[in-house]
Design a protein around this ligand. Structure first.
Ligand code: CTP
Length: 411
C-alpha cells in the first residue's frame, strides 16, 4: 500500500490511440490501493469501450453530459468534486486546447471546468502537433492555471514519426499522480498553522522564499550585465511548493514568465534589490535560492556611455552573496537550499559550496549544455549525508521531487 491508498481518481479518457494505455493505468491505480471512476469522451470511445473501462475499474463509466440517469443520481458537479484528483489520459491536442480555453461542450470538459480538485494531464499526440505554437501556448496557459501537464515521451509514434509526443508510460503517470496527491505538510501541521497564523492572503502552511531568474546589473541607462538564466526552474519550484500547501514568496529577477497562481511575487532587477527583497520576506521556514545572481556589479553611469573612439574600462565590485548572508542571518530559515550551476567537477564544487556558504542542501547542476534556458535538468542533491544523483528530467519534475523533499524535511 502507498501513501495515496484510499484516494479517488476521476480518469478522463481522451480520443487518441494511446487510450489503450489508460486501461493499464486503471490497473496500476487500483493496485496502488486507489479507486478510479472513468469518463470516456466520444473520441476515446473510438479506441476503447465503456465496457472495458467499467470492467477494469469496477465502477460505472460516464460518457454523456445529457445522461439524465446520471444527472439524477450524480450530477456533473458532484462527479467532478468527489474525486481527489482529476487525471486526463491521453490529453489530446484538441482536449488541451479546449481545457485552456475553458470550453465546456461535453461531459469531460464540463467536469474539468467544474472541478475544485487538482488536474493532471498526460499528453499524447503527433510530434508536430505537440510542437505547434498553438499547443505550446495552450500547455503554457494550463500550467500557469496550475494544471500539471506532463511532458510526453520521445520515441517512435503510432503515426510513423519520431519525436516527443508519446504518452508517458503508465508507471510514470502513476508516479506523477501519486506525487500530485501528496500533501506537502502533514495535516496536523497545517491544522496547527490554520489556528495560529492565518495570513492576510488566507494562505495556509509553511512559508518558503524562492529566488529565481538572473539579475541585471546596470552599466548605464541602456546596458547591463546579465546571464542566461530563464527562471523556469525557480518558477516551477515555487509552483510545486504552492501546490503542496506552502505559502511562497517568489523573488524574481527580470524574466518573461507568468506568476504561478497562489504565489506572492516580488520583482527585482539587481542583486542588491534581490538581497533586500529576501530580507524583507523573512521570517520563513525554508528558502530555495535558485537565482543566478550576477557576481559583480559596476557603478552605473547616469548617462549613456558614448563610444567616441575609446573603450570604457568597467570596474567590477563583488555583489553581496545572498545565500551566504541568509545562512548567517539571525532569522535563518530552518532549511536553506542553494543551487550550484557548474561546468566542471560539478559535485565536488557543489560540496565545497555547501560548506562555504553554510547551506543545508545544494542542488548541483551541470550547465555546460543547454540547461540554462532549457526545459530539462539533471541535478545532484548534495546534503550533509552525501550525494543523490537524480535522472535527467523536465524541470517541473525536479521541482515536484524537491518540493516533496522540502515538505518531508519541514514536517
Ligand atoms: N548566490 C547568491 N548570491 C550571489 C551569488 C550566488 O545568493 N551573489 C546563490 C545562488 O542563488 C545559488 C548559489 O548561491 O543558490 C550558488 O551560486 P553560484 O553562482 O553557483 O555560486 P557562486 O557563489 O557565484 O560561485 P562561483 O561563481 O564561483 O561558482
Amino acid at each position: 500500500m502507498t501513501a495515496a491508498a484510499g484516494k479517488r481518481i476521476l480518469l478522463i479518457v481522451g480520443g487518441g490511440i494511446a487510450a489503450y494505455k489508460a486501461c493499464e493505468l486503471i490497473r496500476l491505480i487500483r493496485k496502488a490501493g486507489m479507486s478510479v471512476r472513468c469518463v470516456l469522451t466520444d473520441g476515446g470511445a473510438q479506441f476503447v469501450t465503456p465496457m472495458t473501462l467499467a470492467a477494469l475499474s469496477e465502477q460505472p463509466v460516464h460518457t454523456s453530459l445529457w445522461d439524465l440517469k446520471d444527472e439524477a443520481e450524480m450530477g456533473h458537479i458532484q462527479l467532478s468534486r468527489e474525486a481527489d484528483l482529476v487525471v486526463v489520459v491521453p490529453a489530446t491536442a484538441d482536449l488541451l486546447a479546449r481545457m485552456a480555453a475553458g470550453i465546456a461542450d461535453d461531459l469531460a470538459t464540463t467536469l474539468l471546468l467544474a472541478t475544485d480538485k487538482p488536474v493532471l494531464a498526460a499528453p499524447a499526440m503527433n510530434v508536430r502537433m505537440w510542437q505547434h505554437a498553438a499547443t505550446r501556448r495552450n500547455v503554457e496557459r494550463l500550467r500557469a492555471d496550475s494544471v500539471t501537464v506532463l511532458d510526453p515521451d520521445e520515441g517512435p509514434m503510432a503515426c510513423g514519426e519520431f519525436g516527443p509526443g508519446r504518452l508517458p508510460e503508465p508507471e510514470a503517470i502513476l508516479a506523477a499522480l501519486q506525487s500530485a496527491l501528496k500533501p506537502a505538510f502533514p495535516s496536523s501541521a497545517v491544522e496547527k498553522h490554520i489556528s495560529t497564523s492565518l495570513d492576510t492572503n488566507g494562505a495556509i502552511g509553511k512559508h518558503v522564499i524562492v529566488t529565481a531568474g538572473p539579475t541585471h546589473e546596470p552599466i548605464d541607462p541602456v546596458r547591463y550585465i546579465a546571464n542566461r538564466s530563464s527562471g523556469k526552474q525557480g518558477f516551477a519550484i515555487a509552483e510545486a511548493l504552492v501546490r503542496r500547501g506552502a505559502r511562497v514568496t517568489l523573488v524574481s529577477g527580470p524574466v518573461a514568465l507568468p506568476t504561478p497562481s497562489g504565489v506572492t511575487r516580488i520583482d527585482v532587477e539587481t542583486a542588491g534589490e534581490m538581497a533586500a527583497a529576501v530580507e524583507s520576506a523573512l521570517p520563513a521556514d525554508a528558502a530555495v535560492m535558485v537565482a543566478a545572481v550576477a557576481d559583480w556589479r559596476v557603478e552605473p553611469s547616469a548617462s549613456k556611455i558614448k563610444k567616441r573612439g575609446s573603450t570604457p574600462e568597467l570596474s567590477l565590485t563583488e555583489n553581496p552573496d545572498i545565500l551566504a548572508g541568509l545562512c548567517g542571518h539571525a532569522q535563518r530559515p530552518k532549511l536553506v537550499i542553494g543551487f550550484a550551476a557548474e561546468t566542471d567537477d560539478v559535485v565536488e564544487n557543489a560540496r565545497l559550496k555547501r560548506t562555504r556558504k553554510g547551506a543545508d542542501w545544494i542542488i548541483a547542476n551541470d550547465v555546460s549544455g543547454d540547461v540554462m534556458g532549457g526545459t530539462r535538468n539533471r541535478v545532484h542533491l548534495v546534503t550533509a549525508d552525501g550525494v543523490e544523483d537524480w535522472d535527467d528530467m523536465p524541470k517541473e519534475q525536479v521541482a515536484a521531487l524537491l518540493a516533496d523533499r522540502i515538505a518531508d524535511a519541514l514536517a
